[in-house]
Design a protein around this ligand. Structure first.
Ligand code: ATP
Length: 239
């Protein structure tokens, strides 16, 4: 059974139709990359899956159960954890306190502070530091760790590499690879195509609110994804 099913989802910001009839599935244990240029609708879609944005039409299912009307806090308890763009940490609290907050609304499961530190060893020495004093990479690791502490069955990652140095991105993705290979179901929004294609088993490409390409990363030619990403084929057709 699919961990997540999105069916004909429409999302608006006021009059703006940001996501149009989007459908896709994420299989249990799969890493799916959601890619697309700025404004394609990726963040809006992720927020809707987490329950932070109400759909105008369509349906969202978690493990086959319709959750379209379920409020965000209950979705956390059901197994959905969102690492939002910009991290949204409690900057006056320590790394450890932020991690423990993650456990409050969550589910029972294997994640502990110790296990987060094993996944992100760079946090070990920073455990008692306020997150406002951390580097961008450490903050991002804390934000992901906080999400993991809720023991999610589905982890939503929004632009985790945004604003980080190349070295910090490398380190973060090294840690994420272990996590992804361990069978965690991940829906990853990433603007860096190489990164996305490097870790995901499947990719969904959005352009101006619609899905324009979907398939396994192993068999999709890189050029096809790039063209879909920038809407090159469509421009050619319109010329
Ligand atoms: P980015 O990579 O820039 O975050 P994205 O693919 O995540 O892009 P969204 O942030 O979901 O795209 O935005 C989709 C559309 O909705 C864009 O046209 C954007 O300007 C618009 N939008 C996003 N948030 C809001 C908001 N709070 N109010 C009004 N319009 C919004």
């Amino acid at each position: 059974m699919s961990a997540l099913t999105v069916k004909s989802l429409d999302l608006h910001h006021g009059l703006l139709h940001a996501v149009r009839e989007v459908s896709f599935e994420v299989a249990s244990g799969e890493v799916l990359a959601l890619v697309g240029a700025n404004g394609a609708g990726k963040t809006t879609l992720l927020r809707a899956i987490a329950g932070a944005h109400r759909p105008t039409a369509g349906r969202i299912e978690l493990d086959g159960q319709d959750i379209t009307q379920v409020p965000a806090h209950r979705r956390v308890a059901m197994g959905i954890a969102l690492v939002p763009e910009g991290r949204r940490l409690f900057t006056q609290m320590t790394v450890e306190e932020n991690l423990l907050v993650g456990r409050l609304a969550g589910r029972k499961g294997p994640w502990t502070v110790r296990k987060v530190l094993e996944t992100f060893p760079n946090l070990e020495a920073r455990l008692k530091a306020r997150t406002g004093t951390l580097s961008g990479g450490e903050q991002q690791a804390t934000a992901i760790g906080r999400a993991l502490m809720s023991n999610p069955s589905l982890l939503l990652l929004d632009e985790v590499s945004l604003g980080l140095s190349p070295i910090a991105i490398e380190r973060l993705y090294d840690s994420l690879k272990g996590l992804m290979q361990s069978g965690t179901t991940v829906l990853l929004v990433e603007q860096d195509l190489s990164r996305a294609l490097g870790v995901a088993q499947r990719v969904v490409c959005m352009l101006e609110g619609r899905v324009v390409l979907e398939g396994p990363t192993a068999s999709l030619p890189r050029e096809a994804v790039t063209e879909a990403y920038f809407g090159v084929g469509r421009e050619r057709a319109m010329a």
